[in-house]
Design a protein around this ligand. Sequence first.
Ligand code: FMN
Ligand code: FE2
Ligand code: FE2
Length: 400
Amino acid sequence: MHCVQKISESIYWVGGNDRRLERFENMFPIPKGVSYNSYLILDEKTVLMDTVDVAISRLFIENITHVLDGRDLDYLVINHMEPDHCASIEELVRIYPNLKIVGNKKTFQFLGQFYNFDYSNNTYEVKDCDTLSVGSHKLKFFTAPMVHWPEVMFTYEETEGILFSADAFGTFGALAGNIFSDETDFDHYYLEEARRYYANIVGKYGAQVQSILKKVSSNPINMICSLHGPVWRKNIEYILDKYNKWSKYEPEKKGVVIVYASMYGNMENTANVIANKLAQKGVQDIRVYDVSKTHPSYIVSDIWKYSHVIFASVTYNMGLYYGMESLLHELKALNMQNRTVSLAGNGTWSPAAVKVMREILGCMKNVEIVGTPFEITSTMKKNQEPTLDKFVEDIYETLI
Ligand SMILES: Cc1cc2nc3c(=O)[nH]c(=O)nc-3n(C[C@H](O)[C@H](O)[C@H](O)COP(=O)(O)O)c2cc1C
Ligand SMILES: [Fe+2]
Ligand SMILES: [Fe+2]
């Protein structure tokens, strides 16, 4: 049975949900599932905006067939040529042999790399700022390289003011019938997942996000249709603001994320003592994570949100504990910047954790290390409390 919704008088959402997939990109846990969105415009010509993942391709074809109601499909715009949006292209060309696939040079390069069917008679190549009139609707294509792949485009529909934004403004979390963000309790249900999606998948490309935001900002935007998660038609400034902040690597909130790596629990104990002391000074909303327990995508996401981070790690084979090392390398790879950081380390015979953490953090832009790193040799002793108090005080002073 088809499962579609109208998003405007002549545009339908024809996507679907996957709540079975354990990990998105085989990496990120998605306990709330994910949606693969696709949109179909009915005008003098019919236009499909992207396809979906293989997991829901049968339903997708049923959705399209239902909405087209016997009409031919004239255009398929490929805003993003990543497999979670491209599974049905070949089948669509088979069902609608006159279909014109709209993409840029890179789109067609990737189409050929991923698939083996003949689409040579179906291409319609566009460049940045080209337009395509399909009746009362007029599409304008904005290339958005590296948001987060090189072929990505945003398609702006001028008559209704709709921005089809590829993965941008997307979120993990399946749609539960309420397809518009204003029909959901977005702040409570989706925001954390939207941030986790942004930080981990798009986060590295802040500069590119900034440039596409500027490029499209001169057009009135009444609706944003992303490839994942709810459609925005109200309070659009809210999500634009979040994207602006996230892509500038600006924290949303003052607050402290404490991440620890600990085998026998001693570094963990120190992390908890630090959290306790900060809380007793009045710091609120502190987050404490065990790198071995929580998937790094959640920790990265909270580091994107808050202003301060304390990394506390044991020494492991003259270096860093694996989970901590990979988290720090991931943050570096994602271009994380503009954070206030403090360090704590532990080791029994030759502590090296602080030194290694400092080296990795030294490669990141505008990361300030506050307080003298707090070091223990196996367990924290009572006589170290004044030193720890000073460490906590130094952090606290930068928080108020
Ligand atoms: C496989 C392994 C390698 C280690 N390598 C070092 C090391 O190179 N230098 C060091 O000082 N301690 C090393 N340690 C010891 C731990 O860093 C130390 O015992 C620490 O106090 C453990 O703190 P925890 O209770 O938070 O796990 C190693 C421990 C293990 C299990
Ligand atoms: Fe993508
Ligand atoms: Fe995607």
